[in-house]
Write a protein that binds this ligand. Structure first.
Ligand code: FAD
Length: 236
C-alpha cells in the first residue's frame, strides 16, 4: 500500500513547526515516531496533505526531574528512553512498569510518548496511565499555550482536546503521594499485541490500611480510557 500524495517538511525548531501548523491546520499532521501515522497513511485511513516531521526539533526530546518531585518529559521523547530512564523508575514506577507492554522494542525505539498520547488509541496503555498518575499536558500553538489535565484530554476514540493547529509539547508527571501503591496489568493474546483489556491503578493510603484515594483506569474497554469511579469509591 502507498500513501496518498503529500508535502513533507522537517523544521529545525518548534516555532517554525507551530507556524506551519497554524498555516495548514486541518490539512496537516505532525510526524513523530510514525509508528501509527505511517501505517494509517499507507492504508489511506489518514490522508494529510502536509506532513510536519518534528524529529529534528531537539528541544521537544528531554526527560528532567524537577525539584518539587515532578518529572517533565518532552513529547518527542522515545518510548524506549522513558522505559530505560532511572528517573522514571524512581519517580513514576507505574509508568516504568507499563512501558514494556507497549508493542515491541523496535516500535518503542521509534515511537514517542507524545505520539502515543496524541494518537489516543483506546487500546493504548499510556492514556490510562497518564490519567492514573494525574499527568498534565502542555499544548502549544503559534500564539498561545495551555496546560490540560490528562483527565480532560482524551475525548473519545482517536480524539483529544488538541486543536488542529496545536501541538503536544510536554508531559508533566506529578510526584506520587508519600504513602501510595500502584499497579499495571493487561491481558493480550501475545506479548506486544494490543491489550484486550488492561488497568492502571494508583492508591493512596492513610495508614492503618485505610484507602484515602484511588484511581483505577481501564483501557481497551471503551472509546477511550475508562475511569472506574465506583470501584475506586468502594476501595475508599
Ligand atoms: P506517530 O505515528 O508519528 O503519530 C500518531 C498521531 O499522533 C498522528 O496523528 C500525529 O499527527 C499525532 N502526533 C504525534 N505527535 C504529536 C504531538 N507532539 N502533538 C500533536 N500531535 C501529535 N501502542 C500501544 O500503546 N500499545 C501497543 O501494544 C502497541 N502496539 C503496536 C504494534 C505495532 C505493530 C505498531 C506498528 C504500533 C503499535 N503501537 C502500540 C503504537 C505505537 O505505540 C506508536 O508509537 C504510537 O501509538 C504513536 O507514536 P508515534 O510517535 O509513532 O506517533
Amino acid at each position: 500500500m502507498k500513501p496518498a500524495p503529500f508535502e513533507y517538511v522537517a523544521p529545525e525548531d518548534r516555532a517554525e513547526a507551530l507556524q506551519l501548523l497554524n498555516q495548514h491546520g486541518y490539512e496537516a499532521k505532525i510526524l513523530a515516531g510514525g509508528q501509527s501515522l505511517v501505517p494509517a497513511m499507507n492504508f489511506r485511513l489518514a490522508q494529510p496533505a502536509f506532513l510536519i516531521d518534528c524529529n529534528r526539533i531537539s528541544d521537544l526530546a528531554f526527560l528532567h526531574p524537577s525539584e518539587n518531585g515532578e518529572v517533565r518529559i518532552g513529547a518527542m521523547t522515545r518510548q524506549r528512553t522513558v522505559e530505560q530512564s532511572r528517573i522514571i523508575a524512581e519517580r513514576c514506577p507505574l509508568l516504568h512498569e507499563t512501558m514494556p507492554h507497549i508493542a515491541h522494542v523496535q516500535i518503542r525505539n521509534r515511537g514517542t510518548i507524545g505520539g502515543s498520547i496524541a494518537h489516543a488509541d483506546p487500546a493504548s496503555e499510556l492514556p490510562a496511565v497518564m490519567i492514573a498518575v494525574d499527568a498534565q499536558f502542555h499544548l502549544q500553538k503559534h500564539d498561545a499555550e495551555r496546560w490540560v489535565p490528562a483527565s480532560e484530554f482524551f475525548l473519545g476514540m482517536f480524539t483529544t482536546a488538541l486543536e488542529p493547529e496545536e501541538m503536544l509539547t510536554e508531559i508533566r508527571l506529578p510526584a506520587l503521594p508519600a504513602r501510595c501503591g500502584w499497579a499495571f496489568r493487561e491481558v493480550a493474546r501475545r506479548h506486544g499485541d494490543y491489550a484486550l483489556v488492561g488497568v492502571a491503578v494508583v492508591l493512596e493510603t492513610a495508614g492503618g490500611g485505610a484507602c484515602r484515594q484511588a484511581r483505577l483506569v481501564l483501557l481497551s474497554v471503551g472509546d477511550g480510557p475508562v475511569v472506574a469511579e465506583k470501584a475506586a469509591n468502594l476501595l475508599i
